[in-house]
Design a protein around this ligand. Structure first.
Ligand SMILES: NC(=O)c1ccc[n+]([C@@H]2O[C@H](COP(=O)([O-])OP(=O)(O)OC[C@H]3O[C@@H](n4cnc5c(N)ncnc54)[C@H](O)[C@@H]3O)[C@@H](O)[C@H]2O)c1
Length: 347
């Protein structure tokens, strides 16, 4: 491998330009090598703006570049599978944006290609790379909370439906469950020690749909011209794990209730923890004690990309693995199946 790790981007939209590219640019040992987008003009513009050496005209051209080491997959959700399989078959290391894909079957096809070609695959579960998340995970692994038997989490936006392809089922695969639920479900499950999910009981609703509320902002895909609303806009679920532990999750892009943002709470036999607000709930010398670890908040995307580069260099193993992406996908699709059938489903 050259001194610098050569990186390619597939899908040069908002998350590529606002998070991945700046985080790669902030690394000393990375060269932005090539970029591909189904919009050819976008690939050219992004290459020029950020200094990529090449703007590829096709997926095959990009993954076929001999000197490329690793690729960030930042397409719409319906493009993840094709991009990951092509990259893996070309022997490139992969960082895949969340969700891993739209269905469990897609994740299985991706896993087959990754395993066959023995490339590094890392999920873009960026919340794991927050400083406060790292503390909770470290304390959990050290046994500080005892046996974690229950967790509550959610991501509640009052009016925060993203604009663009996110509400188009064929491109997204689902609404807030697959878009933002994926972050909080993954993170909470990770805190719990990644127990084996066995069943899900869930409801999803599409009640607010598109709206014209004033004074609020939303995430915008780069293209917002062809708007359709085919997904849910809120959901709730109970997920049971083989070891008897369970998690409840609430998500919404739009709901008539209090804006709550992102939260995760875990409950253990010795202590508990919460993220947003960041607090450890303990009993010390017979007194209930609430404490907040003091850590500098770091840029989670910078940390995620740094970890990917270290994995490519063989210095680290991905902390957000292929198997993690697949397990979380099983939960996400279990939520949709349960809601559709109106009953608990086995995973
Ligand atoms: N980690 C996070 O917090 C976070 C935040 C936002 C989005 N995302 C994820 O990032 C991905 C992209 O979201 P976005 O907001 O950047 O959307 P976007 O629409 O702004 O960007 C996607 C880009 O990919 C291109 N594209 C679509 N399909 C393609 C394909 N098959 N091959 C090549 N290019 C293709 C589009 O033309 C567009 O330029 C999604 O999977 C989304 O879930 C993650």
């Amino acid at each position: 491998m050259a001194d610098k790790v050569r990186i390619g981007i597939i899908g040069a939209g908002n998350i590529a330009q606002s998070a991945h590219i700046p985080a790669y640019l902030a690394q000393k040992d990375v060269e932005l090598y090539a970029v591909y987008d189904i919009k050819e003009s976008r690939a050219r513009e992004v290459a020029e703006k950020y200094g990529f050496k090449y703007a590829a005209k096709s997926l095959e051209e990009l993954v076929g570049m001999d000197e490329l080491d690793g690729i960030s997959v930042c397409t719409w959700n319906n493009g993840h599978m094709e991009a990951v399989i092509a990259a893996a078959n070309a022997g490139k290391h992969i960082l895949c944006e969340k969700p891993m894909a739209m269905t469990v079957a897609e994740t299985e096809a991706m896993a087959e290609a990754v395993r066959k070609n023995q490339v590094t695959f890392m999920m873009g579960f960026v919340s794991r790379f927050r400083s406060d998340s790292k503390v909770i995970k470290e304390l959990a692994e050290a046994g500080r909370f005892g046996d974690i038997y229950y967790a509550k989490c959610g991501f509640i936006r009052r009016r925060g439906t993203p604009l663009g392809w996110f509400t188009d089922l064929s491109k997204a695969g689902g609404g807030p469950v697959i878009d933002i639920g994926v972050h909080i479900i993954d993170l909470t499950w990770y805190f719990m020690g990644k127990p084996d999910p066995v069943s899900v009981s869930a409801v999803t609703y599409s009640k607010i749909g598109d709206y014209k509320t004033k004074g609020v902002s939303r995430w915008e895909a780069l293209d917002t011209d062809e708007l359709v609303f085919e997904t849910e806009d809120s959901a709730a679920a109970l997920i049971r794990f083989r070891d008897g532990s369970a998690m409840t999750v609430d998500v919404s892009w739009a709901i008539n209730g209090k804006e709550r943002g992102f939260y995760s709470e875990i409950f253990g036999t010795k202590a508990g923890a919460s993220l947003e607000p960041f607090c450890i709930y303990d009993e010390v010398e017979g007194y209930l004690m609430d404490s907040t670890p003091v850590v500098e908040q770091q840029d989670a995307f910078f940390n995620e990309i740094r970890h990917f580069i270290d994995c490519i260099k063989g210095n680290q193993e991905p902390i957000a693995t292929l198997e993690d992406g697949m397990a979380v996908q099983k939960i996400l699709n279990g939520i949709y199946n349960s809601a559709r059938l109106g009953q608990e489903v086995k995973l």
